[in-house]
Ligand binder design. Sequence first.
Ligand SMILES: [Zn+2]
Length: 53
Amino acid sequence: MSKFKCPECAYVFSEADGDEHEGYPPGTEFASLPEDFACPDCSVRFKEDFEKV
Ligand SMILES: [Zn+2]
């Protein structure tokens, strides 16, 4: 599974860990996040901006 980093801040979405605080359970694929997914930390970067790490 992969991790995706917000280019604006230090937030990283890990597919293996998900983000339970945001309602995404472990194993959530980044591709399955809603198209309007915004960075939970800075809110100024969207799904298409995230970089695979
Ligand atoms: Zn961010």
